[in-house]
Write a protein of this length. Structure first.
Length: 254
């Protein structure tokens, strides 16, 4: 089976974790079929894929299913080494792995912040949750939304107190990345690597770059910008815009 025709990417379309893999595929010029799912409804396909966890993204290549964004990125690097996202130096590769874990923690807190704000707005939530999903999901989503909202909040432990804690963690995360950059253009080595892709992807819900293949098409509630006003001007988000502008390109999907 050819890498050019054989990859299916299962996503929650607006997920910043799924964007990490989507961007990796695009960066390496690998065409793929994306199958988007509404959160919670995605459990039906995850069970069929027989992976260890209930989360997306998952890529399927023949009879092989790979889960977790960083594991997928490493697998894709092995299959198509150029353009490289991982340095050849083992110490730098280890640093990228450690940074990715840190960025995932920031991303989890940011997910809670975004859902806390977004789920108060039915129309915008339905648009975001249903972006690019198959027809039957799009048809049922308006009817299922009240139950899905409850399920998402319960599953991700979303409430007023956790929102405030997560907002604090996101602010700390932005400071951490600024410290890691220390005035440099890139996080590791002197070129674009998986570390930059990971950080920029996971912070994209704050910066909303025009080059993002999903966020650029969504209606964002004004309240969202009001809630995150205290961090919208953080220097790290200007870096995210720069990374997207210089390195994000889209490959035609299958």
């Amino acid at each position: 089976m050819s890498l050019e025709t054989g990859i299916t990417l299962y996503t929650i379309s607006a997920s910043h974790f799924c964007e990490k893999v989507r961007w990796t595929l695009d960066h390496k010029g690998i065409p793929f079929e994306e199958v988007a799912w509404v959160p919670i409804l995605h459990l039906t396909t995850v069970r069929k894929l027989k992976v260890a966890k209930t989360s997306l993204p998952v890529i399927q290549y023949g009879d092989k299913s790979i889960q977790e964004s960083f594991e997928i990125m490493k697998w894709l690097e092995q299959q198509r080494p150029t353009p490289a996202l991982f340095p050849k130096k083992s110490a730098q590769e280890k640093t990228i792995a450690e940074l990715d874990e840190k960025f995932n923690q920031i991303g989890a807190h940011l997910r809670r912040v975004v859902y806390w704000i977004l789920l108060s707005y039915r129309k915008e939530s339905i648009q975001a949750l249903g972006h690019d999903v198959v027809g039957w999901q799009k048809t049922l989503l308006p009817w299922l939304f009240p139950m899905l909202r409850i399920g998402i909040k319960k599953g991700l432990n979303i409430h007023a107190d956790s929102y405030q804690r997560s907002m604090g963690k996101v602010k700390q995360g932005l400071d951490f990345i600024e410290e890691q950059l220390n005035g440099s253009k890139y996080l590791v080595a002197d070129r674009f690597t998986a570390a930059d892709l990971s950080a920029a992807s996971l912070l994209a819900p704050l910066s909303l770059p025009d080059e993002h293949p999903v966020y650029s098409k969504l209606a964002i509630p004004e309240k969202f910008f009001e809630e995150i006003a205290s961090i919208r001007e953080h220097p790290t988000l200007r870096w995210v815009h720069q990374i997207y502008r210089q390195h994000r390109r889209t490959v035609s999907k299958l």
